[in-house]
Design a binder for this molecule. Structure first.
Ligand SMILES: [Cu+2]
Length: 260
């Protein structure tokens, strides 16, 4: 009987590792990365996953071994122990070291993606001169591009809902804002997530390296319609971007009439 229970417990790590390996083939993992810093984010994700996988396997195998070893009939009474100072030191120190290791490993990437002092300064778009403002509200996304004056917040701004068009291979900086509650900008292919806070204007940057249409989703439960708060991130060539901006402008000034 104890063989059976030990084997059943061993099945847990075996099946666990198998699903980890197979998940990639079934495309249950992340979608393809298309941003310049996405590779580093994936590296951090894998680092934590391997640490967790190692701990998982060691503890599960130990569990199966103990079930096998100590389920045998033994004569006499069981002996209870309580409070081992040495053991407590060990199981506090090991996770502390692991957490410090993770904390130091991610610092550089975090600073690169999130610190405003590291934002692109030389390109067409900067923190002071963003490509657009992205407004989150219950339950949609709206993009506000600057008009001909290049300044956001003036009368010639161009506004559109749902789709955020950006050029490929370009450092893009935009301002993230919220009209009501906390939302979160998330484009899985960019490996980029940033909360939108009411009353705050938060600069966000990325560099998309592949043209395509990507899902823009809200990653913060923001109300009953959170599940349908979707948008689209469209990455196009620089020439196409100029064309799309002209279209957006024509549409905005068409007063609802069809464009010829
Ligand atoms: Cu939302």
């Amino acid at each position: 009987m104890r063989y059976l229970f030990a084997l059943l417990l061993l099945l847990v790590p075996i099946l666990g590792v198998w699903t980890f390996v197979e998940a990639d083939r079934w495309q249950l993992w992340f979608p393809e990365n298309v941003s310049s810093f996405g590779g580093e984010i994936d590296g951090l994700f894998n680092l934590i996953m391997y640490m967790v996988a190692f701990t998982f396997i060691v503890t599960e195998v130990a569990l199966a071994w103990f079930v096998f070893k100590y389920s045998a009939n033994r004569p006499g009474k069981g002996v209870f122990t309580h409070g081992s100072h040495k053991l407590e030191m060990i199981w506090t120190a090991i996770p502390a070291v692991a957490l410090l290791f993770i904390a130091f490993s991610q610092m550089e990437t975090w600073a690169k993606v999130k610190f405003e002092s590291n934002f692109p300064k030389t390109g067409e778009y900067t923190k002071e001169k963003p490509i657009a403002e992205l407004w989150a509200s219950q339950f949609d996304w709206r993009v506000r591009y600057p008009g001909d004056d290049g300044v956001i917040g003036t009368v010639d701004d161009l506004e559109r809902s749902y789709e955020f068009v950006v050029p490929v291979d370009t450092d893009v900086v935009f301002h993230l804002r919220s009209r009501d509650v906390i939302h979160s900008f998330f484009v899985p292919e960019f490996r980029l997530k940033q909360d939108a806070l009411p009353g705050h204007t938060i600069p966000v940057w990325f560099r998309a390296e592949k043209e395509g249409i990507y899902d823009l989703v809200c990653a913060e439960l923001c109300g009953w319609g959170h599940y349908k708060m979707s948008g689209r991130m469209t990455v196009v060539s620089k020439e196409e971007f100029a064309k799309r901006m002209a279209e957006i402008k024509a549409e905005w000034y068409s007063n609802g009439k069809e464009q010829g």
